[in-house]
Design a protein around this ligand. Structure first.
Ligand SMILES: O=C(O)C(=O)C[C@]1(C(=O)O)C=C[C@@H](O)C=C1
Length: 314
């Protein structure tokens, strides 16, 4: 059985429905949804990871990549997100004093709220659908939820205002996460996610990480720094790169990272939702790497007359 960041009616739920109509368990927080995968309660969970306006979803980035217990992304889904202001039947826009929603949703309608409800108190809660469920109860003290119109309907609310997003092209990316195992097969339009921990802070440390990808012609689709949660000012880098770990240039980039970083947490290679194929640079095909490797071996057959090659290292 699958889990998802719920309750029913979240954008995560809508994203899940695009994967089929298998029964799935709503879990109230991202942490719960990921813990349920770790404990084996569910075989995989769908969680939000990135929004085109607000950026990365910190709870997902952090709980997914626990260094001692990382999970693996096996699929991604991207859906457009658009919000309504949902109220109990009979409530007029002018009567709305207290609004509730998920922090990412609030951030995406900030301009509309400032213009239309400048005096309203805006309160953050765990999810957009959870906010709609709250507003349905008149004793909750909330008059309106910022949520998907389907969530409003699901909890018996009506829309006091439609399409209140400040940016009408907003989209959120969700990932289906399972316990570590074999990556889904390479499709030719894949993404690889990982977290890189620098060996020590020094000038050019980030540049060295980026160079591992750049020299092999691997394009990055997302990079952000996250606190390591050990010392103030210490960060790791959460990265999505174009390509699959079974491709030679990606494997070489990962090996390069592994050599220069304190730790690299692999979070999976999986098909891109937009099916965009990467541009392979000159000399970047698997056959180019294999030919070059065969050439080096033909010059100096590996290890043949040197029983202990590492003894030359200093
Ligand atoms: O609360 C929801 O409906 C969610 O699925 C979470 C979430 C998010 O974390 O970004 C997903 C999409 C929207 O951008 C707002 C909230």
């Amino acid at each position: 059985m699958r889990g998802f960041f719920g309750p029913e009616g979240t954008f995560t739920h809508q994203a899940l429905l695009t994967l089929g109509d298998e029964p799935a368990i709503p879990l109230p927080t991202v942490k719960r949804a990921l813990d349920a995968v770790r404990s084996g309660e569910v075989e995989a969970s769908l969680v939000p990871i990135e929004n085109s306006i607000e950026g990365g979803v910190s709870a997902t980035l952090d709980y997914l990549a626990l260094p001692d217990d990382p999970l693996q992304i096996v699929q991604e889904v991207v859906i457009p997100v658009s919000f309504d202001l949902c109220v109990r039947r009979g409530t007029k826009l002018g009567q709305v004093r207290r609004v509730v929603s998920h922090p990412h949703a609030i951030a995406q309608v900030r301009g509309w709220l400032d213009e239309h409800l400048p005096d309203a108190v805006v309160v953050e809660r765990g999810s957009t659908a959870g906010a709609a469920e709250l507003v349905a109860d008149p004793a909750s003290g909330f008059d309106a939820a910022v949520c998907a119109p389907v969530a409003g309907k699901m909890y018996g609310l009506v829309s006091a205002a439609h399409h209140i997003s400040d940016n009408d092209r907003a989209a959120t990316r969700f990932v289906l996460v399972s316990r570590p195992g074999r990556s889904p097969l390479r499709t030719g339009h894949d993404k690889t996610s990982l977290v890189a921990y620098m060996r020590q802070d020094h000038p050019g440390a980030l540049l060295e990480i980026l160079q591992q990808f750049a020299v092999r012609g691997v394009n990055l689709c997302r990079i952000e720094s996250r606190p390591t949660k050990t010392t103030l000012g210490e960060y790791c880098f959460s990265i999505d790169a174009e390509g699959h770990v079974s491709e030679a240039r990606m494997a070489e980039a990962l090996m390069g990272l592994r050599r220069i970083c304190k730790d690299v947490v692999f979070l999976g290679s999986y098909p891109r939702a937009d099916r965009k194929s990467p541009k392979v640079p000159y000399g970047g095909k698997d056959s180019d790497y294999h030919e070059a490797q065969a050439w080096v071996r033909s010059i100096e057959p590996l290890g043949d007359d040197d029983p202990n090659p590492s003894s030359h290292e200093n």
